[in-house]
Write a new protein. Structure first.
Length: 565
């Protein structure tokens, strides 16, 4: 049986090395061909290897294509295989026998560091394909999910209907492509060193045609010679600054139009990020919260919003462009086009693993060049970054044919005091657990936890119980609905100590610059030894710094005693 050969070409040894240096994701999967036995590593069962070949060929074909490399550990280390040639041929041919309808793919055997690897390059299939006896696998990020056939076909039909990027521009020639820009940009991919036109062909940006290559819209969006409006009148991005929290019009108009970016995507995305960075302010409130200067929004979150706007917008809509608005309390990134079904706003809000590309050709190039995260990873990490900064979760909305991402710069709580916030930050807890201790230091319920962290009842219970077991919280006095969890005595005492002592110390040191044991005794009505015990605690925690010895000892502000701004 002859294994099919897709239009893609074999990898060179250098390209394979660069591929193995990458992480698994939407377009790459590594699989080991050995398993651990009682006496050490042994060859993976051949049937399992054949099953994997079928599963991943179908999963990549059902999504946006990709590469399966067998004989590699999860970290990209080549370990090879010990199969005879006939077993390798059976693995390569397995998808021909079990994947229906038959899908094209390219196979390759390549040896690196004395280890032979088995490679499958899989293009996107026009219709949903199934593995006989195992349903319809679908690639989402670095996972494979099972999807209904009709859902996969709906995605593919949507792409054929609105896939403006894939269409050939009849009037365009290779002379309309900035090959110098393309070559420099594509040096970031694994195909570094290949002729630029060949690499454009590998990505499906130019297509073979008698006489001269056909140029796709995706190629012109990425690398078209300027002015870009020749190929798309609204492919760029505009920035706006609003003086306040709401837009006002007429005599009180408070909107200023800032820069406008009208460049090929290869330059436009990074230029937009550079210009946006100039608009991201440094937040005094967050400075107090974390005791370090921080931007209004986590860098990954706002950059992902801009990159996603370029990569997922509807380029069929040529009447609108991407807009990024900076308000005093939030940032909004708006792009033409609603989410591609079956992706929904609800799924995005729930951080569900989902994937559907409106522009898979553009996404593949941007992902390979390191401009954007692999599909399925960006939105969950946006949530993590906002959560880790104690900011509100990203907000998503879709209306009037437009998709909007909103990032808010106001913390989800103001907190009882920056000193308690610092104390909580030092605890070995998750961001969700820290959030609740800062937001509700006097006690909270399971419902409070769920509301603040947007988790279900069971997850809230597990995370709260973890704090009880660690001695952070006391068990509730009464169980059932409305049960209240409170700080354990040691933390309760620590909070009270910080609240009573530090504001008085800050005020005293602001006046005098230092204090002695006698001053501390007078401030808090303590004995000499009581004052000495507390002063040592404050020095140990970094709030004070001791200078001199014995009766000459003086105390000045330590690095942790940062006055609130």
């Amino acid at each position: 049986m002859t294994v099919p050969r897709a239009l893609c070409q074999d990898f060179s040894l250098d390209e394979l090395r660069r591929l193995l240096a990458r992480e698994e994701g939407q377009f790459i999967e590594f699989k080991s061909l050995s398993e651990q036995g009682m006496d050490g590593p042994r060859p993976l069962d051949r049937r399992k290897a054949r099953d994997w070949a079928c599963e991943y060929v179908a999963a990549f074909a059902n999504a946006d294509g990709g590469t399966l490399i067998m004989g590699v550990e999860d970290d990209g280390s080549p370990t090879g295989h010990s199969y005879p040639d006939e077993a390798v041929e059976e693995i390569f041919a397995a998808p021909l026998r079990r994947v229906r309808p038959e899908t094209d793919y390219r196979t390759q055997r390549l040896t690196i560091e004395g280890k032979e690897l088995l490679i499958f390059q899989v293009p996107m299939a026009p219709e949903a394909v199934m593995v006989e006896g195992d349903g319809f696998p679908y690639r989402v990020g670095d996972h494979v999910l099972k999807e209904p056939q009709e859902v996969i076909n709906e995605r593919k039909q949507n792409y054929r209907r609105v896939g403006w990027e894939q269409r050939v521009r009849a009037e365009a020639t290779i002379a309309d492509v900035d090959l110098e820009m393309a070559a420099k940009f594509l040096e970031r991919t694994i195909y570094k060193g290949r002729p630029v036109e060949e690499t454009l062909g590998r990505y499906g940006l130019v297509l073979p045609r008698a006489g001269a290559p056909a140029i796709t819209n995706a190629c012109l969006l990425l690398f078209g010679r300027t002015p870009l409006v020749r190929w798309h009148p609204r492919a760029g991005l505009r920035f706006f600054r609003v003086a306040g929290k709401e837009i006002q019009r007429g005599a009180t108009r408070n909107v200023t139009q800032l820069e406008r970016v009208e460049l090929p995507l290869a330059s436009a995305i990074e230029e937009s990020i550079r210009l946006a960075r100039d608009q991201i302010r440094r937040s005094e409130r967050l400075h107090d919260l974390f005791f370090r200067e921080m931007p209004e929004y986590p860098e990954f979150a706002w950059q992902e919003a801009i990159v996603n706007a370029f990569s997922h917008r509807d380029y069929e809509d040529q009447a609108r462009e991407i807009e990024v608005w900076f308000f005093d309390d939030r940032m909004e990134a708006k792009s033409p086009g609603e989410p591609i079904p079956p992706v929904t706003i609800a799924q995005l809000r729930e951080r569900a693993a989902t994937h559907a590309s409106r522009n898979p050709l553009i996404v593949r190039v941007l992902a390979d060049a390191g401009i954007m995260r692999e599909e399925g990873e960006g939105v969950p990490r946006m949530f993590e970054e906002m959560e880790g900064s104690f900011l509100r979760f990203p907000e998503f909305a879709s209306e009037g044919g437009e998709f909007k991402v909103t990032l808010r710069n106001e913390p989800v709580f103001l907190g009882p005091s920056p000193d308690w916030q610092r104390r909580v930050q030092d605890l070995e807890l998750s961001s969700s657990q820290k959030r609740i201790l800062i937001a509700h230091p006097d006690g909270f319920s399971n419902e409070d936890y769920r509301t603040l962290n947007q988790v279900d009842r069971d997850q809230a219970y597990r995370e709260i119980q973890g704090m009880v077991e660690e001695g952070i919280l006391l068990p509730p006095e009464a169980h059932g609905r409305g049960a209240i969890y409170r700080l354990a005595p040691n933390l309760h005492e620590a909070r009270a100590f910080l609240a009573k002592r530090l504001p008085v110390l800050r005020a005293h040191l602001a006046r005098t610059g230092s204090l002695k044991n006698a001053d501390y005794r007078s401030l808090f009505d303590l004995t000499r030894f009581g004052a000495l015990r507390e002063l040592r605690r404050l020095v140990s925690d970094g709030y004070l710094k001791a200078e001199g010895e014995r009766r000459g000892a003086r105390y000045v502000a330590g690095p942790a005693l940062v006055p609130p701004k």
